[in-house]
Design a protein around this ligand. Sequence first.
Ligand code: SF4
Length: 86
Amino acid sequence: MSKKDTFPFLEIHRALPREVPVPIRVLGYKEIHGDFTDGDASDQAARCIDCGNPYCSWGCPLHNRIPQWLKLVREGRIEEAATLMH
Ligand code: SF4
């Protein structure tokens, strides 16, 4: 297994969805950022290495199952990921 396969975050840089332009944002109270495409969401979710001691879950006050959620997103299983978070 190559370093790239083991540490995908070295190749896939962190990204946020594009910000919604201000003239549109002032029309309501929606999120500042728009949506990822499914492919971009999958790429970003692939940055998780399922590190075995998931600080993300331990640090989350709700102990959300973040690695499992990211795995579902990585696999394109968006509806299941949403259900898991709900
Ligand atoms: S399991 Fe959580 S803390 Fe570990 S790499 Fe994935 S997102 Fe980060």
